[in-house]
Design a protein around this ligand. Structure first.
Ligand SMILES: C[S@@+](CC[C@H](N)C(=O)[O-])C[C@H]1O[C@@H](n2cnc3c(N)ncnc32)[C@H](O)[C@@H]1O
Length: 250
């Protein structure tokens, strides 16, 4: 069996590439995870604030989970993803004011926008240098006063599968591998591999490229979510959810 630079078997190395063309159908099942629909979405929408008249760029938009929600209040939304399969899914039932494109959002010039949302994509940048270059490119594409939102995984060693994810760090510190097993209810949906970036790295790099008011936020849980799930389900979630919500202003 072949081995790569990390000493991994070629099969494991292939899995770690996260081929989203292959993962598209199973990843779509994550849209109805309780944490995604009742907390991530309302939290990001709240952080986006008033979008009237604004252009939103959603990087790593997948099948359009966040982009379609922004489209309800933004003037126009551009969703980019380098998986053709994901973009094809996004295009089915796409609102008129969303423009979905297959594009590399992490290593190319970005379209101009007033808000950039990039949830769960920083883990596909493998080094601090790549992360910094990406933040610089986001900064450049934003209008003055524009806002950047990102969401990152902040594994704590807890087993939070009831909310939809179990996160396992392979090592400690900036740049180690992070294994993310996603669940919807009792069903294991898929496993993703990412590069873990420490919160302080992200804060520092955003400031280094010129962003102001870099802030980390706790999530909210929507009223709908409180009503939909059994009593006690959300107890402790807001303080232990293993997600970091970051905003920064140009
Ligand atoms: C964890 S998924 C998140 C999808 C979506 N943001 C969501 O939360 O439902 C990561 C997405 O980033 C996309 N992606 C990874 N690397 C990318 C790149 N270089 N350029 C554009 N999209 C990328 C993947 O194809 C995938 O759809």
């Amino acid at each position: 069996m072949g081995r790569n630079d990390y000493g991994l078997s070629s099969r494991v190395a292939e899995i770690m590439k996260n081929n989203y063309d292959t993962l598209a159908t199973s990843y779509k099942k994550t849209d109805t995870k309780p944490d995604k629909q009742y907390s991530m979405l309302p939290t990001v929408v709240e952080l986006a604030d008033d979008l009237s008249g604004k252009i939103v760029l959603d990087i790593g938009c997948g099948s359009g989970f966040f982009a379609n929600a922004f489209a309800l209040s933004a003037k126009r939304v551009i969703g980019i993803d380098n998986s053709a399969e994901q973009i094809q899914m996004a295009k089915s039932g796409q609102p008129l004011n969303v423009d979905y494109r297959v594009a590399d959002g992490l290593n190319s010039e970005l379209p101009k926008a007033d808000l950039v949302n990039a949830p769960f994509v920083l883990g596909y940048l493998e080094s601090v240098e790549e992360l910094k270059a990406f933040f610089a490119s986001v900064y450049d594409c934003l209008s003055d006063g524009g806002r950047f939102i990102t969401v990152i995984d902040t594994p704590s060693g807890s087993d939070l599968r009831k909310y939809g994810a179990r996160k396992i760090l392979h090592g400690s510190g900036e740049g180690v591998k992070l294994e993310i097993v996603l669940y919807n209810g009792d069903e294991e949906v898929c496993t993703l591999w990412a590069t873990y970036h420490e919160p302080q790295t992200i804060t520092q790099l955003l400031a280094d490229v010129g962003f102001k008011e870099v802030a980390w936020h706790k999530p909210i849980v929507s009223q709908e979510g409180l009503e939909a799930m059994p009593d006690g389900f959300w107890d402790g979630y807001v303080n232990h959810c293993e997600l970091g919500y970051v905003t920064a202003l140009k």
